[in-house]
Design a protein around this ligand. Sequence first.
Ligand code: ADP
Length: 473
Amino acid sequence: MIDVLAVASEYYPLVKTGGLADVTGALPAALKPHGIATRTLLPGYPKVMQHLVTPAILHDFADLFGGPARLLASGDLIVLDAPHLYGRDGNPYLGPDGRDWPDNWRRFAALGLAAGELGCGGVGDYKPRIVHAHDWQAALAPVYLRFWQGPAKSVLTIHNLAFQGQFPSKIFAELRLPPSAFAIDGVEYYGAVGFLKGGLASADAITTVSPTYAAEIATPQQGMGLDGMIRARRSAVTGIVNGIDTDIWNPATDMALTERYTARRLELRQANKHAVEQRFGLDRDDGPLFCVISRLTWQKGMDILADTLDSLVAHGARLALLGSGEAWLEQAFAAAAQRHRGRIGVIAAYDESLSHLVQGGSDAILIPSRFEPCGLTQLYGLRYGCVPVVAQTGGLADTIIDANDAAISAGVASGLHFAPADAGALENAISRAVALYREPKLWTQMQRMGMKMDVSWQKSAARYAALYRRLIG
Ligand code: ADP
């Protein structure tokens, strides 16, 4: 077995704000058959600490960015217990005022530093061969490994380049890195400190979560200021599409559903559809029911969606929207629900179990993202026979086969694409979807095609395992 230390700020089911948690929660089990033993280093948020059963103390830090800290081991988790950094309830990144915690740089520098310590072999007899850091919160891990000359190889996975972890240069002095690390091929970023930038400069391998996104982030239009860095490291960058946990997301066994079903018994979805109609206060009719399950943000194209709702209703369709996020978007959707009572239903919440029911009862899921590194909700949609209607970008483009005439006649269509991500194109896609829905044979064929696709971790886990093996030679 090859020992891999995964480092992340989220891990399903203990702490989740988005797809990152689903990935770090599911990948270890998928890697095991490939001879990879993963342990995951997580910050000791209260929810994580409560989960630990008789943890072993692996390491003590007398002072880790302003207070004592310990590394605790429990099962496959290694938890950084640092109450002065993580002993706060609620969102892992934001305070009760909805703003970033002012000491986020310390909170996530500590995570990277602890990973560096582990990767340098300085913690008992645990000596991981690979340290696999996820996103900016873990991105200093490869930096510590490089500048402390640890023996472990490092992988950095970008789940979203929009979040980069940039902080004023004055924090550098406290990072315990040599002065040479504050340089253009280190953490220095336009005179400030960039965590993700440093990780990209330092990691032995960089992955992102779809091949299309890997190409997109090398362009000035979508590189978010880091495209030069991505291009400079092009030979180290690969795109590996995320899988999903097909045990948790299985319509045949899912207890969050009113009725369980398989691709052969799609008529059973009707009971779930009625349950969704009831939960969202929607009329009952035999027209299509669209859904959205999303963070309500600009990235997700939620303002574009808000602009198309009158047209969606005019097409005789209905919408169930489950989402939480920015207040102006929540208000726009609440207003649309008022305007179109019975046609648009909105639940402004984050509700994991309801998200399963919505996938199991809606006919199609709308995903108008302006950019989407991978996206998971379209994969859940495929698995649940909830046809994805997606903007043609990033992982959405890579995982959904558009229902154009050729794909329909070949029987391979699994959803609909539209481009660009704007209201006109989305309206067009909604109108195409409504027309397809009115041809039940075609629609069912599309649902079955999606349900047949392999959206598990199997293939992608093999790719990560091959990457690890290549790195350790
Ligand atoms: P991102 O990580 O950018 O938010 P992904 O599509 O990769 O987007 O992952 C989003 C994850 O969060 C999915 O598991 C999705 O089901 C879940 N999710 C998003 N919004 C909600 C919500 N309001 N309620 C429940 N689950 C949600």
